[in-house]
Design a protein around this ligand. Structure first.
Ligand SMILES: Nc1ncnc2c1ncn2[C@@H]1O[C@H](COP(=O)(O)OP(=O)(O)OP(=O)(O)O)[C@@H](O)[C@H]1O
Ligand SMILES: [Mg+2]
Length: 309
């Protein structure tokens, strides 16, 4: 059985009349990547910063590493690593000096060059922070979060605003940390990030956790549609969907999109194409994704922000 390393029960956070977090409960298991997925203002940062002991809950019971966040702050801070949202550092310090500065604050004698290699910053060692690209700055933030060799690493939107390449580089670092046995608590509004990295996903919307489970589990439970896109086909494809009472759409040029409800129906569609001698260019079969789960649950799209930065 996996060990629970973070336990949150009935967490409420109010800012005046605004209930930012509305009585949420969840567990995080040791060694997993846990993704807290939700749009702007959903309550992600509020929740993680309460778990990190930085903010105080209005009510609720939060245990981390077997300790109460309100009672064991000093001990907890020694054993966790935190990369805050919009991490930034001293412009004129080099990468090496930046990490050394934070290591000293923690009283840590970490091997800084080794740590920089771990986050793929070996070559940037002597560059000033201000000269780095967004992706490299974020990796400095991850290095800083690791100076005390923490058991749990909190990364609050580590890839927001990064281009796809830089985002993937950060993902590699996260995967590597997991391999080294760290527990990662990741907040993100990128569905793909959660899909690629997370063992467990909690979807948060307006202060409530509206779904929690593995990526596949959430998709199977809330949005089991399988999209079958038949491209460059002769006439008669839409009729197959109609005969099976499936939703379909003709997109022109012999391209038809059919929404199957299960694998058997996908096979039936393909068999019908064959039996009716309908030629086609290609067939693309795609399961639903977390975006569609979010849409199904909230009626809203979880639109990526910050890409244009
Ligand atoms: N220090 C604060 N004082 C007052 N209200 C706050 C404070 N911090 C957050 N809020 C409010 O609480 C709600 C949740 O904010 P929070 O920053 O936790 O969301 P988030 O999911 O991290 O959003 P984002 O994706 O923009 O980072 C929002 O309505 C926000 O305006
Ligand atoms: Mg936030």
């Amino acid at each position: 059985m996996p060990e629970t390393i973070i336990q949150v029960r009935d967490l409420v956070k109010q800012y005046g009349d605004n209930t930012a977090v509305n009585s949420i409960s969840f567990d995080v298991n040791e060694g997993e990547v846990f993704a807290f997925l939700g749009p702007n203002g959903a309550g992600k940062t509020t929740t993680v910063e309460i778990i990190e002991t930085i903010r105080t809950a209005t009510s609720g019971d939060i245990q981390i590493l077997g300790m109460d966040v309100n009672k064991n702050r000093t001990e907890i801070l020694k054993r966790i690593g935190v990369m805050p949202q919009d991490f930034s550092s001293f412009d004129r310090l080099t990468v090496w000096e930046t990490v050394q500065y934070y290591a000293r604050l923690f009283g840590s004698d970490v091997d800084i060059d080794r740590l920089l290699k771990l986050v793929n910053l070996g070559e940037e060692r002597d560059k000033h922070y201000v000269t780095l690209s967004g992706g490299l700055k974020q990796r400095v933030g991850i290095a800083v979060a690791l100076v005390n060799d923490p058991e749990i690493v909190f990364l609050d939107e580590p890839t927001t605003g990064l281009d796809p390449r830089a985002r993937r580089d950060v993902w590699e670092v996260v995967k590597d940390l997991k391999k080294r046995g760290k527990t990662i608590f990741l907040t993100t509004h990128y569905m793909e990030e959660a899909e690629v990295l997370a063992d467990d996903v909690a979807i948060i919307s307006k202060g409530d956790i509206i779904a929690h489970g593995s990526v596949d589990g959430l998709i199977d439970r809330f949005c089991s549609t399988i999209h079958v896109a038949i491209k460059g086909a002769g006439p008669g494809v839409k009729e197959i969907a109609d005969e099976m009472s499936l939703v379909s759409e003709s997109l022109g040029n012999g391209n038809v999109q059919i929404e199957a409800e299960n694998n058997e129906q996908v096979v039936e569609i393909l068999n019908s194409l064959k039996n009716k001698n309908i030629g086609y260019g290609s067939v693309d079969i795609r399961k639903a994704n977390l975006e569609e789960v979010f849409l199904e649950l909230t009626g809203e799209s979880l639109i990526d922000k910050g890409d244009a930065k």
